[in-house]
Structures are given as structure tokens and as C-alpha cells.
Write a protein that binds this ligand. Structure first.
Ligand code: BV8
Ligand code: ZN
Length: 249
């Protein structure tokens, strides 16, 4: 599907040095990673409060680990898609390009992006809640039931940010710094319902960035963007690339 880009965006791309790409589950949908909300959303079967929070984990570690082991298994079978690769390619054109992602699936790094801030952690990492001992996915899958710490026997959890938990402070602060100095801010594949991540698009706009939403449907935040481009990330982003200034490195 041919995307329509405004003259304002094309002019902005010509003069921009600093671009931030903010992503949510929608950027990974075309890789086969289920999103959280929407028709086939992960949250349909379960509710966030039942799974992605610490109390649920303490009360029902088996259910929470069943969900995360399922998602870890999915992540092992998927590949970055043209949307991830187009974003990685942007680093060649805009050397200071930064990705701020809500996703925990590692797909931006696997696509070649090197400046990636993971606001909500990473599904490949796990740690003991008592002694902090890191545990690999192999060590997790080697244990039938909810995994126990190999060092102290404590409960092991995925290294992701659950509801009611703080985002990693350094990652959040670095992300805000990048957003507040961005000249173009692309928001790709997020429903914009989870805070504080969902406050980033308006933060960018307030700081003077040209903000663009790329999403298959309107979201809670659509009205706050300079421009909204409806469509799939994997279709739109590769069409945007050739319109960026082809700077020699
Ligand atoms: C915090 C990691 C405070 C784990 C996730 C009451 C009590 C406690 C907290 C709150 C409360 N009320 C509000 C809050 C704050 C809460 C929050 O925002 N709740 C919401 C639901 C109302 N936030 C928090 O709790 C955060 N922490 O606030 O701490 C605090 C302060 C001081 C001291 C202590 C604490 C922590 C939030 C992090 C939660 N963790 N995930 C895991 O993944 O298992 S959230 C989860 O949602 C994912 O990270 C996901 O990324 C994120 C957002 O979802 P999206 O990425 O947007 O995905 P979604 O499916 O929703 O949308 C996809 C979009 O893509 C759709 O629009 C779709 O149309 C589009 N799309 C689909 N396909 C494509 C596409 N677009 C383009 N192309 C396609 N092909
Ligand atoms: Zn331990």
C-alpha cells in the first residue's frame, strides 16, 4: 500500500540531525509477535493485572511463568521484519538516531539498531528476587515449574517492568533527554495507553519536534501528533527510507 508523506515531513527530514523512533508491540506484529490489545491481543485471554504485576507473580508464579515461557518460546521463533530493519537503516542516515521501545522482544537489536532504550526490560533476562542472581533462558527452561534460584533457592522472575513498577531510572532519564532534543519523533505501533511511556509523544511535541504516528488504526494519542500515517509499519517505514537525505558517511 503506497504511503502518503506530507511536504512538511519531507522538508523536515532534509534538515534533521536528531530523530527518535518510539515503538510498541505493533512494530513486532508483522514478525508474528502477538500484540497486547486488539483482535488477537495477548491481554484478551488474560488481564494485565492478572499477569504482568508482582503480586500476581507472588500469588500465582506458575501461571505467570506459563505466560512468559510461552512468550519466550514465541520470541525464539520470530525474526525482525522490514519495519525493524528500516529503523536500523535510519542509523546510517541519522547517526544519532535513537530507538525508545516498550517492547521486550530484542527485535530492534537483532535487526541491527545499536542505540536502543528498553523502557520495559527484556524477555531474555531473568533474575532472582532474593539475591539478584541472573538466570539464562536455558536455566529457566531446564526447570519444569516456576524456576528457583540456582544460588539461593529464591523465586526467579523475568527482567521486565510490571504494572505498578518503576521503569529503569537511567533508561527513562536517557530516553527523556533524547525525546526532548529530537527534531523528528516517530511513534510506531503503540496504542499509547501505558504510562509513563505514552507521555513521550506529547513531551517531544512540546519540546518542538515534528511528531509522526505510524499505526494501523487511530489511537488515544493520534490527536497529539503533527502527522498521522495510517498503515502497517513494515509497509510504511521502508517507503520513508529513500525519502531521507542520502548522506555519505
Ligand atoms: C508505573 C512489560 C508508577 C511486561 C508492560 C494503577 C495502578 C498502578 C499503575 C497504574 C495505575 N493506573 C495507571 C497506572 C500506570 C500504569 C499504566 O499505564 N496502566 C495503564 C494500563 C492504564 N503504568 C505502570 O504501572 C508503569 N509503572 O507507572 O510506575 C510508579 C511510580 C512511582 C513508584 C512506583 C511506581 C509500568 C508500565 C509497564 C508495564 N509493562 N510490559 C511484559 O511485556 O510482559 S506494558 C505492555 O504494554 C508492553 O510493554 C507494551 O509495550 C505496552 C504498551 O502496549 P503497546 O506496545 O502499545 O501494545 P498494544 O498491543 O497496546 O498496541 C499495539 C498497537 O500497534 C495498536 O495500536 C495496533 O493498532 C498497532 N499495530 C498492530 N499491528 C501493527 C500496528 N501498527 C503498525 N503496524 C502494524 N503491523
Ligand atoms: Zn537467589
Amino acid at each position: 500500500m503506497l504511503a502518503i508523506f506530507s511536504k512538511r515531513l519531507l522538508e523536515k527530514l532534509e534538515s534533521t540531525e536528531r530523530i527518535v523512533v518510539f515503538t510498541g508491540a505493533g512494530i513486532s506484529a508483522e514478525s508474528g509477535v502477538p500484540t497486547f490489545r486488539g483482535a488477537e491481543g495477548l491481554w484478551n485471554k488474560f488481564k494485565p493485572e492478572e499477569l504482568a504485576n508482582f503480586d500476581a507473580f507472588l500469588q500465582n508464579p506458575e501461571l505467570v511463568w506459563e505466560w512468559y515461557k510461552y512468550r519466550k518460546t514465541v520470541m525464539k521463533t520470530v525474526e525482525p521484519n522490514p519495519g525493524h530493519r528500516a529503523i536500523a537503516e535510519m542509523e546510517r542516515i541519522f547517526p544519532s538516531a535513537i530507538v525508545v521501545t516498550q517492547n521486550i522482544d530484542n527485535l530492534h537489536r537483532r535487526a541491527g539498531s545499536s542505540h536502543v532504550f528498553e523502557l520495559h526490560g527484556n524477555i531474555d533476562r531473568n533474575y532472582c528476587i532474593d539475591c539478584g542472581q541472573p538466570h539464562s533462558n536455558d536455566e529457566i527452561f531446564a526447570q519444569e515449574r516456576a524456576p528457583r534460584c540456582l544460588k539461593c533457592g529464591g523465586m526467579v522472575r523475568p527482567d521486565v517492568v510490571w504494572f505498578g513498577e518503576m521503569l529503569p531510572v537511567d533508561v527513562w532519564e536517557e530516553s527523556v533527554k533524547a525525546v526532548e532534543s529530537a527534531e523528528i519523533f516517530l511513534s510506531v505501533g503503540t496504542s499509547g495507553v501505558v504510562y509513563p511511556a505514552a507521555s513521550l509523544p506529547s513531551m517531544a511535541r512540546r519540546a518542538g519536534a515534528f511528531t509522526v504516528e505510524i499505526n494501523i488504526e487511530p489511537t488515544d494519542l493520534s490527536g497529539s501528533f503533527s502527522e498521522c500515517i495510517p498503515g502497517k509499519a513494515g509497509d510504511i517505514l521502508p517507503q520513508l527510507l529513500p525519502l531521507c537525505p542520502q548522506r555519505s558517511q
